[in-house]
Design a protein around this ligand. Structure first.
Ligand code: ALA
Length: 514
């Protein structure tokens, strides 16, 4: 039992973080790269897709309150991540922090759990990307074969020249007096665009992080500009048409339907649990610690800077979107595009639609990058087979794990429904937040002497709040999501006891270490 709680000595971790040479990752990222890396991961399907579904199904205009609630949870966890990332600047993120503080078994659980966050999260974004592609092409009058744009068995109907999910046009069907059963229909086989986009991004990642980071910086500018264009155009529209927002923002918190999570206060809680997805990504900055030039100073800047910028943008966008369009119409694959269309500003519409693509692309890039780096760290520690950490002789990237992860993510993306993917990502990430927040507190007690370039303020209050809000958000998610999490963790435990425990490198070099 004791050996499973063995922690990786911090001095060893710090020595590893200083390792240079052909077996280490390249140190090329500065503070601006890290903030853009964070924004690259954060702004994605959450804001461009889920904002619509969450306000239509759970919150109405009170999505603004859900954004604030989820933002607080992220702030507390973000402060804890920042302390760890500056203290232990090594690739692997929460996994490494767990190893250093709580012990090997917890490290394994987090590493396994981070697969949900990054891999399943990337799959979810790929589905959002595909939905936007379909909507964009339909705007030009072109329909992709419906069977190749939906998950197995999903129903699509042909209405007003487009193949669409009938649940997203329920209002329009009712208004037109059309029974969806009478429309031409098709069933999905797989989401091919989602599969292909993951394959392309995996290829970019194998070629190398410097190229990826430059590509990322360019695209991040485009997507921040996209959000700002929406905010400016929508705010201007509402200034000139105050009666529209007066109508749409009323009632601000629609009455609960009688079912938990559907509007009212419980709707705000569930909305926060689901829209939390939109914030995921600031923690991915910490997976790039080993590629940062000056991680002690720049990791906290990357994590907290990207989180702060996105929080402000989200609150503004959520409020304005539900102001220009009634929340009842927002259950669509491209709600921000719908919002900008409602303002009648045509150039804005083109910018937002193209920018959404750029936004979703970089999110997938950073999440897959994070995933392969976590595998790299776990393989380095012997908890995963050696091949998962092998670097490419020329590109110096963990190419085998990148390709293996890319393949699995592409499969998830093409076969699983969007709400399953998004809620699973949220619950997995929230669990990692709980463990990281607890870890900061534990380490303050066990090793108060360590030099901490960045200190989480008000310990233990901030970690306790981080843990409390994360658990609360987890509790607001559906039972099915909880069951999936438990099954996933059970599989992880089987692998740990079947393979990792006996192959742990730490056990070999320090049989008695605590
Ligand atoms: N925050 C990321 C997104 O919204 C995961 O796509």
């Amino acid at each position: 039992m004791n050996d499973m709680l063995q922690t990786k000595p911090l001095d060893l971790l710090m020595a590893e973080s200083r390792e240079e040479g052909t077996h280490s990752l390249r140190r090329v990222l500065g503070p601006v790269n890290l903030v853009t890396l964070g924004i690259g991961a954060i702004i994605g399907a959450g804001i461009f897709v889920l904002t619509g579904t969450v306000s239509a199904q759970f919150t109405g205009p009170a999505i603004v309150l859900s954004f604030i609630l989820a933002g607080f949870g992220c702030l507390f966890a973000g402060l804890c991540y920042a302390e760890f990332a500056s203290l232990i600047p090594i690739a692997g993120s929460a996994y490494t922090y767990g190893y250093a503080t709580l012990g090997e078994i917890f490290a394994w659980i987090i590493g396994w759990d981070l697969i949900i966050e990054y891999a399943v999260g990337a799959a979810m974004v790929a589905r959002g990307w595909s939905g936007n592609l379909v909507a964009l092409l339909q705007g030009f009058g072109y329909n992709l074969p419906p069977q190749l744009t939906a998950t197995p068995g999903a129903l699509l109907v042909f209405f007003q020249g487009r193949w669409v999910d009938p649940s997203t046009i329920a209002g329009a069907l009712a208004k037109a007096g059309v029974d969806p059963a009478n429309l031409p229909h098709a069933r999905g086989i797989l989401d091919l665009p989602a599969y292909l986009v993951i394959a392309i991004i995996t290829a970019i990642l194998v070629i190398g992080v410097r190229e990826s980071a430059n590509f990322n910086t360019t695209v991040v500018f485009i997507k921040v500009a996209t959000v700002l264009v929406f905010i400016a155009v929508a705010a201007n529209f509402l200034l000139h048409h105050p009666e529209v927002s007066a109508r749409n923002w009323h009632p601000f918190i629609p009455k609960n339907t009688g079912e938990f999570g559907h509007f009212g206060l419980s709707g705000i809680a569930r909305g926060a649990g689901v829209i939390f997805f939109a914030y995921i990504g600031f923690d991915a900055v910490s997976t790039a610690a080993q590629e940062a030039k000056n991680p002690q100073r720049d990791m906290p800047i990357g994590i907290l800077g990207s989180l702060a910028i996105c929080t402000v943008l989200y609150i503004a966008l959520g409020g304005l979107l539900t102001g220009v369009v009634s929340y009842t119409e927002l259950n669509t694959a491209a709600p921000v595009a719908l919002g900008i269309d409602a303002t009648g500003v045509r150039w804005g519409s083109v910018v937002v639609k193209l920018g959404t693509f750029a936004g979703l692309t970089t999110t997938m890039l950073v999440m897959l990058l994070g995933q392969s780096r976590v595998f790299y760290s776990m393989a380095h520690d012997g908890l995963l087979p050696e091949w998962a950490g092998r670097l490419h002789p020329r590109f110096r990237t963990p190419w085998i794990s990148s390709i293996a992860v890319g393949f699995c993510v592409a499969l998830f993306a093409s076969l699983m429904p969007i709400d399953v993917l998004s809620q699973l990502t949220s619950i997995g990430t929230l669990l990692a937040f709980v463990i990281v927040s607890a870890g900061v507190w534990v380490l303050r007690v066990k090793r108060p002497d360590l030099p901490r370039p960045f200190k989480t303020p008000l310990v233990p209050l901030v970690p306790i709040l981080g843990i409390g809000i994360a658990l609360g958000l987890m509790a607001s998610l559906t039972l099915a999501t909880w069951i999936r999490l438990v099954v996933w963790l059970a599989i992880g435990m089987a692998i740990y006891f079947g393979y990792s425990r006996s192959h742990s490198r730490l056990r070999k070099i320090q049989p008695g270490a605590k």
